[in-house]
Write a protein that binds this ligand. Structure first.
Ligand code: MRU
Length: 371
């Protein structure tokens, strides 16, 4: 994506120090553009856990590079394989819901398993990390092309110049991946093709990824949008102001149940009640083929209550944090919810658009058939 006139990914190798990776520290957006250097596995684990970087695809890619740093550290360790295993466990434990994290770490562990030479391990780990990042970009580009067809269909039924109105939740944009994003890839592709668009951006409390990140991204790109409170979607749909919903996913089961940022399920219910198509855009690294029933099986992260009790913002001079609830009221902060497959119109993947069902997914990914 172009930021401040220059192309940028969300994670890359330091241009002159190859044992350092660099990420955009998303905690500072939209107020400041801060690049963070990460040179140890511990720093990578903290960056994921404390959400310097976030979003399923980005978490996976950064964890892939984290395992490259683990291979460098292991080369100085008396028990290199044990160090790699410890690093893998540490990274996987940082955030439980987005499956891309474990997927990337285990891909690295498999590639490194039968490589006794430390230098070879380091170079293999870098190759795999780069592959994970490049594949993520390619998948998001392909999702953009497949999703474009859906937007084009809606645009064709409208009067010339009338925008296609798309509602999205959280940030499934390029900041949540390495580039392009999942839910935003069809939006950016349609925008580049000159299709008039208007994006409803759910604020996405408590961390406001929609208001802070998606709105910033769309603004950088010049895509018309408006931030709405999380509770507005149903009202807009009842009044015919939403043509489609596109969201991302942190983990989707083989039967098509979708874990995504808390509040997604309510949007899917409202969409069903109002006949609005509800699409989920995801690369195959987000599919969990080991799980079937998302509500029962997907681990839902619970984060610190201060994310609810306190709000961060710009006071005109600096970023500041204020309490917005009574001093002693407890708060509960579930990070994600699960939208059952029956509420999902379709899954936009890098291989095409699938019904949200086991058979639909297996048509696109036959290598996961078990019988
Ligand atoms: O807690 P976050 O910001 O990591 O959650 C991100 C989301 O829920 C996104 O919608 C999701 O990752 C899908 S896009 C990768």
């Amino acid at each position: 994506m172009i930021v401040h006139g220059k192309p940028s990914r969300t994670v890359w190798l330091h241009p002159s120090q190859p044992s350092i990776i660099q990420v955009i520290d998303q905690r500072h957006l939209p107020f400041a553009w801060v690049i963070e250097d990460l040179s140890t596995v511990d720093q990578v684990a903290t960056a994921i856990k404390d959400m310097h970087i976030r979003g399923a695809g980005c978490i996976g890619a950064v964890a892939g590079y984290g395992m490259y740093l683990a291979a460098i550290e292991a080369s100085h360790d008396a028990t290199p394989d044990a160090h790699l295993d410890r690093s893998a466990q540490k990274l996987v434990a940082t955030r439980p819901t987005a499956v891309n994290l474990a997927w990337a770490v285990h891909r690295q562990l498999r590639a490194l398993a039968d490589q006794p030479d430390p230098a070879q391990k380091i170079s293999t780990a870098l190759t795999i990390a780069t592959e994970i990042a490049d594949e993520d970009v390619a998948c998001c580009r392909a999702i953009g092309q497949h999703g474009l067809a859906l937007i084009r269909d809606i645009a064709a039924r409208k009067a010339p110049g009338e925008p296609v109105r798309i509602l999205t939740h959280c940030n499934a944009g390029w900041l949540a991946f390495v580039d392009y994003g999942s839910a935003t890839a069809p939006i950016y592709t349609a925008f580049e093709q000159g299709i008039p668009l208007h994006i409803w951006v759910d604020e996405t409390r408590p961390r406001s990824q929609g208001a802070r990140l998606t709105a910033w991204e769309l603004g950088q790109h010049g895509v018309p949008h408006a931030i709405i409170p999380d509770n507005s979607g149903g009202h807009l749909m009842q009044h015919g102001l939403v043509d489609m919903v596109i969201v991302g996913s942190d983990r989707t089961t083989r039967c098509g149940d979708v874990a995504n940022k808390i509040g997604t399920y309510l949007k899917a219910l409202a969409a069903r009640d109002n006949g609005v198509p509800f699409y989920v855009a995801l690369p195959s690294s987000t599919l969990d083929w080991t799980m079937r029933d998302g509500v029962q099986e997907i681990p839902v992260e619970e984060r610190d209550a201060t994310e609810i009790t306190h709000v961060e913002g710009w006071d005109g001079h600096r970023v500041t944090t204020v309490r917005v609830v009574p001093e002693n009221s407890p708060a509960i902060n579930h990070g994600f919810d699960v939208t059952p497959a029956r509420l999902v119109t379709g899954l936009i993947t890098e291989r095409g658009i699938s019904p949200a069902s086991e058979e639909g997914l297996l048509q696109l990914y036959p290598e996961h058939r078990t019988e």
